[in-house]
Design a protein. Structure first.
Length: 179
């Protein structure tokens, strides 16, 4: 399958590579996403928190789902530059910590870039990634990108507020009712 991702609801070709600093994470992500491990001359690499401050290119930050928002903010502050995209790594599809991290980052006043889900990302999760505020979704290499795109419309109506739909009709009606 082509090495593609969703940017909003648009299918695009991946232009990223993975910085080789975190060997175990790099190998797993390369296998899951088929992104290439970067060499010294590569551009658009995913940098880890540990290498962010000293990286020559500061466009794409890669964090684990259990990263602390304060640590991310400190690394960005030390570097003096915010990333265009923060990639949240999902090492296994059952690890939901990245969903919470995404919501927290979307609410952070100091970050106004894009969020990307990467790693063991399955088609069945795409809709929920979108609801939590992910702008870019890099599915696992064996997932059909067209089916991932269709998954954005899995549900025609929602009751709970979300990052992409903070106020539903039901919530507005409840707020309008007298106590």
């Amino acid at each position: 399958m082509p090495n593609q991702h969703l940017n909003g609801s648009t299918i695009e070709n991946n232009q990223w590579s993975i910085a080789p600093e975190a060997a175990e994470q790099t190998t797993r992500l390369a296998e899951q996403t088929q992104l290439q491990v970067a060499d010294a001359s590569a551009t658009s690499t995913l940098q880890t928190l540990e290498t962010w401050a000293t990286a020559a290119e500061k466009k794409n930050l890669l964090v684990s789902g259990d990263a602390e928002v304060a640590d991310i903010e400190a690394a960005i502050g030390a570097a003096g530059q915010a990333p265009e995209v923060i990639f949240i790594d999902f090492p296994v599809f059952t690890d939901g910590r990245g969903y919470s991290l995404a919501r927290l980052l979307k609410r952070a006043e100091w970050f106004n870039g894009k969020l990307a889900a990467i790693g063991d990302v399955l088609q069945d999760q795409v809709y929920f990634f979108w609801r939590c505020g992910f702008d870019v979704i890099v599915p696992r290499h064996d997932q059909n990108i067209e089916n991932c795109q269709k998954a954005l419309n899995s549900f025609s109506h929602v009751y709970q507020p979300a990052v992409n739909n903070p106020a539903t009709k039901e919530n507005k009606a409840l707020e309008a009712e007298p106590a």
